[in-house]
Design a protein around this ligand. Structure first.
Ligand code: CTP
Ligand code: CA
Length: 226
């Protein structure tokens, strides 16, 4: 679909991609997690590498083979993801936050396994995790860096997407409609990419590699402007 010239259009670029879903410890054997498979983030990393970029992939709890030519940094929790992202952010032209980062974590993580009948917590007290994406955009390290968020919404997709884009301050927000078996755990994705410039680009239903290529097209357009 892309022309031969586009095959290495990201040559000389460095990008950081996050993938998977963070896990927040409750005790040594239990965690709060989510259903992100990591496939979209891995597809983003693989396609960027195929287009010539130097790619670092911060991967949270993904059971997929490392994409060819990609440096993989493994993390577990949201706080570990934040450390990995902040360590890599400075030298990269683009950050694509495809990972599902837990909004909350247990306020305390028990040192030993919580036993039934002894501690039996009626509720698990939660505390808010840092918002990594907002931290990147509210404190930009270089003016040309393109920062991309991903969001999954079940309803009022455009409305929620626009509000989230504004709140997060990112350059692009790729909004997926989820529910009815869509997106999570599936091979295919459908999305709309909302731009901070007011643009909206529909990305048709298709393989996650195709969605990844469209995202890099949009990132490439923005990098070319500066
Ligand atoms: N994100 C992040 N740090 C967090 C939560 C989310 O960096 N603590 C990033 C995700 O990686 C994603 C984007 O923010 O790229 C949007 O995530 P989403 O969960 O949709 O946004 P929230 O602001 O957490 O909104 P919601 O209440 O809908 O969960
Ligand atoms: Ca969230």
């Amino acid at each position: 679909r892309r022309g031969a010239a586009a095959e290495t259009d990201l040559a000389g670029r460095r990008v950081l991609v996050t993938a998977g879903g963070t896990r927040e410890d409750i005790d040594p054997v239990r965690f709060l997690g989510n259903r992100s498979s990591g496939r979209q983030g891995y597809a983003l990393a693989a396609t960027a590498a195929a287009r010539g970029a130097k790619v670092v992939l911060a991967s949270a709890n993904v059971e997929l083979p490392d994409p060819a030519g990609v440096e993989v940094v493994r993390v577990g929790s949201a706080r570990e993801m934040r450390e990995a992202v902040l360590a890599e952010r400075e030298g990269v032209d683009a950050v694509v936050m495809a990972a599902a980062v837990a909004d909350f974590r247990p306020a305390t993580s028990a040192e030993g396994k919580i036993k039934k009948g002894e501690d039996q917590p009626a509720t698990i007290a939660l505390t808010e995790n840092p918002d990594i994406l907002a931290e990147l955009t509210h404190n930009r390290v270089n003016g040309h860096q393109v920062i991309v968020g991903f969001a999954a919404e079940t309803d009022h997709v455009l409305e929620h997407g626009r509000a989230k884009l504004a709140r997060k301050g990112c350059d692009l927000l790729v909004v997926n409609q989820v529910g009815e078996g869509r997106a999570f755990g599936s091979q295919d994705n459908q999305a709309v990419a909302l731009g901070g410039d007011g643009s909206a680009v529909e990305i048709p239903y298709g393989p996650k590699e195709d969605l990844a290529d469209r995202v890099w097209d949009l990132v490439g357009d923005r990098l070319a402007v500066v």
